[in-house]
Write a protein that binds this ligand. Sequence first.
Ligand SMILES: C[S@@+](CC[C@H](N)C(=O)[O-])C[C@H]1O[C@@H](n2cnc3c(N)ncnc32)[C@H](O)[C@@H]1O
Length: 370
Amino acid sequence: MKRSKTPDKEQDQARNLILKSSRKMLIAAQGIGTSRWAASARAWCVSYIFNGMEAVFASGRDPVEGMNELFRDAADFFQSASRTGFHRLGPDRVNQVAPVESSPYEPDHSAIENATGQHYGRLFREFSQASFWEEPLELLRTRLERNGIEFADLARMSVLDAGCGGGRYTAAWKQLGAGSVTGVDISSIGVASAEHRVKDAGLSGISFKQGSVIELPFPDRSFDIVFSNGVLHHTVDWQAGVRELLRVLKTGGFGWLYLIESPGGLFWATIEVLRDLMQGADREFTRLSLKLLGIPDNRIFYMLDHVLVPINLRLTPFEVESSLISAGAANIRRLSRGTDFDRIERIHQGDPYAEVKYGAGENRFVFTRQ
Ligand SMILES: C[S@@+](CC[C@H](N)C(=O)[O-])C[C@H]1O[C@@H](n2cnc3c(N)ncnc32)[C@H](O)[C@@H]1O
């Protein structure tokens, strides 16, 4: 694989395309203060920008122009709100979370893991039954099929879902026909809600454990398949996580790893802007603010997932592949297809302005263990 050229510069390029309008919005947002009311107003803006971004990207029009319009709308809203004296509603600064989580100088690892676990546990716990049982199964099946991945004897295989969240893909692997599936996650809320759902459904051959993906609580070579979907980029040491995935995978076993991509185009540049907008916001209050707008829980997850999580690393395909090689992976392949919603599929299908919108597309890799 060719080394992608100066990823930081490319990331900046996407951010530069929306720099002026997004800065205007961030400055205008300061005018409404940091009370809980202000946090709700910011949450509306996250919803507005996400919905707007989807509409802009689907329209086929110039996405830079479209995104700049959205940020200008949001700036107008914040300016107008601050003129009404919005910042005087409620005490200031009650919505701030402990700054220790995001300090790059002295990161408190357990505070980060705790905040991350609570964030995802609460989002996943609210999923409807259809969002838990049906949608992930369909997504997984499509991603496997479109990339031509088949398993000869899945019924005899053991699967590890590393960073299983509320267990939606753990359940999907079982429904696909895996022999046994184990989900592990740092979130006690996530693990408890996963256990509850599976028990309610009377599904056997599936179990959950609380633990860290950067120190997996399993012996070497325990699983035929390791699957980790969107997890390691939220940890304090993603490369240790890659090594752990390889350590617990049997020789000749199959691995699946999804990590956020760099360059990430306007999509991830916009998420960076929204992370700035929401920095320090109370996560649960933000979730409830969106719920009151009638937004379905799986959409709330989609909007708040990366915007409110303490760590949200973006990696080039080269970085991910290099880390897999160092950890002992073989037959590494970056998947070029996905569901119709996946960025890599939009690129594959030749969407207009695909690279401006989606950058490199998802880092979704499969591999085996030597
Ligand atoms: C975006 S969610 C993905 C969940 C699941 N893989 C899915 O696709 O539904 C990220 C998950 O990683 C978990 N996580 C973050 N850091 C972790 C760690 N060090 N060990 C285990 N799980 C972790 C979070 O608790 C969360 O459930």
